[in-house]
Design a binder for this molecule. Structure first.
Ligand SMILES: [Zn+2]
Length: 147
């Protein structure tokens, strides 16, 4: 089992994570299975902003992304939510990456494909987290009226 401190250490400086976000992000990732945490550390580039940040720029050639396959951005307003909401949002985005949902063809942007991927990411996130939290995740799952 990974401790949040170990995950934070492994994430290192090869991501764009403001100081204030390091601990909540590492905590959220610590609920995931070990092989998924390894995947997130090795393949996902986390691009997070804090409340004071108004924007972010990155080059697609950024050296920190060399070995990464996926970019995960998480909004500043996420970090003031409760532990379960944060864990679910992070697990859901990691699930998209883990299940290789990235658009590879123009057809992938089709609404039906998007809906299917959102539901698949939700189900995966729930499977990963259900032993760690009580109650339903319903309020955090994908709704047709949001993207
Ligand atoms: Zn999603």
């Amino acid at each position: 089992m990974y401790k949040p401190e170990e995950i934070d250490y492994e994430l290192g400086y090869e991501n764009s994570i403001p100081e204030s976000v390091r601990t909540p992000l590492a905590q959220a990732l610590s609920f995931l299975p070990e092989d998924v945490i390894d995947f997130a550390i090795e393949k996902c580039f986390f691009a997070c902003m804090d409340e004071d940040q108004l924007g972010m720029h990155m080059s697609t050639k950024d050296f920190r992304m060399n070995r990464k396959s996926d970019i995960i951005t998480l909004p500043a307003r996420l970090w003031s939510k409760n532990k379960k909401a944060i864990a679910f949002a992070v697990a859901h985005e990691v699930a998209h990456a883990y299940k290789k949902h990235g658009f590879r063809r123009f057809e992938d942007t089709d609404a039906a494909v998007v809906r299917r991927n959102e539901k698949a990411a939700d189900s995966q996130a729930i499977r990963w987290l259900r032993n760690h939290f009580n109650g339903s995740f319903k309020r955090y799952t994908y709704k047709e009226w949001q993207l």
